[in-house]
Ligand binder design. Structure first.
Ligand code: 2F8
Ligand code: CA
Length: 283
């Protein structure tokens, strides 16, 4: 640029006659000097004004060029920044989309699991409700049954029946043979007592009477059986009993020595004794 620039040095000011003008051009500067011996140039002369205009135009052109370059550089920077920002924005969008998709999938999975769980709970609730209804119905049935049994028990007590350990017992106030006694029990919907526990044996002895019980060997001598057909296992025979064979025909069992736990005796079935009927409450 220096090569193009013309520099005018006003040595003493443009308006004086003693002004000196110099022109420099790079290293091989050409200097015009307004010497006394050189012909003087007027500052407002057309030549000087034309040179000034050219220089101004060049300066403006240079400035404009610089400005254009700056604008171009700015524009390129802006475009570059825009492309970069757009690319980053796209990447962010893809990342966000992926995250959203992943979250949506998780939520869908969670929703499906919850739906399944809800269905299972509904099923369970439905089953429990059904079970509760059944239990409620069963409770009502049992309550009704208990009320009915209480009524029957009250009625039977009024006819002389006694409740003991899940059975009802009827103790006769008259005496009959073993067969007649059993017939009476059967007619009452019961049978002669079957003793199958120590507690029951003690209970029967509390009546302190000679009493027929539901035990016989009339079907087969020596094979004692209860009236329900079950064989005798636990027995409470008195000492030396049963002794019906061979001298006597004693095929029916009675409570005889009621003050002792070993109170049973075998006796002739035709003899008359008190008797005890037993009715099981739950068969
Ligand atoms: O009546 C029969 C009865 O006779 C006796 O008792 C009083 C016998 N007792 C003994 O021999 C100890 C019973 O076994 C018999 O049944
Ligand atoms: Ca005997």
């Amino acid at each position: 640029m220096d090569q193009l620039l013309d520099v005018y040095v006003n040595v003493e000011g443009p308006s004086g006659h003693n002004s000196k003008w110099k022109r420099k051009r790079g290293s091989s500067d050409t200097i015009y000097e307004n010497e006394d011996k050189v012909h003087a140039v007027e500052p407002n002369s057309p030549a000087v004004r034309g040179a000034g205009n050219v220089k101004s135009c060049r300066a403006v052109a240079v400035c404009l060029a610089l400005l254009c370059l700056l604008l171009l550089a700015g524009l390129i920077t802006l475009v570059f920044l825009f492309i970069q920002a757009k690319s980053e924005w796209k990447m962010e969008m893809v990342k966000l989309h992926n995250n959203l998709t992943s979250e949506r999938n998780k939520l869908q999975m969670s929703y499906m699991n919850l739906s399944e769980e809800r269905e299972q709970l509904q099923m369970s609730f439905s089953n429990l409700s059904e079970e509760q209804d059944q239990l409620q119905k069963r409770f009502e049935d049992i309550t009704n049954e208990r009320n009915e049994l209480e009524k029957r028990l009250l009625a039977l007590r009024s006819y002389g029946w006694i409740y003991f350990s899940s059975s009802l017992y009827y103790i006769s106030s008259s005496k009959k043979s073993w067969q007649q006694s059993r017939a009476d029990c059967l007619q009452k919907g019961a049978d002669l007592v079957i003793i199958n526990s120590h507690e029951e044996q003690e209970f029967i002895q509390t009546f302190k009477k000679l009493i027929w019980i539901g035990l016989t060997d009339m079907e087969s001598e020596g094979k004692w059986k209860w009236v329900d057909g079950t064989p005798l296992t636990t027995s409470y025979w008195d000492r030396n009993e049963p002794n019906g064979v061979p001298d006597r025909d004693e095929d029916c069992a009675e409570i005889k020595k009621y003050d002792s736990e070993q109170s049973w005796n075998d006796e002739s079935c035709g003899l008359e004794r008190f008797w005890i009927c037993e009715k099981l409450l739950f068969q």
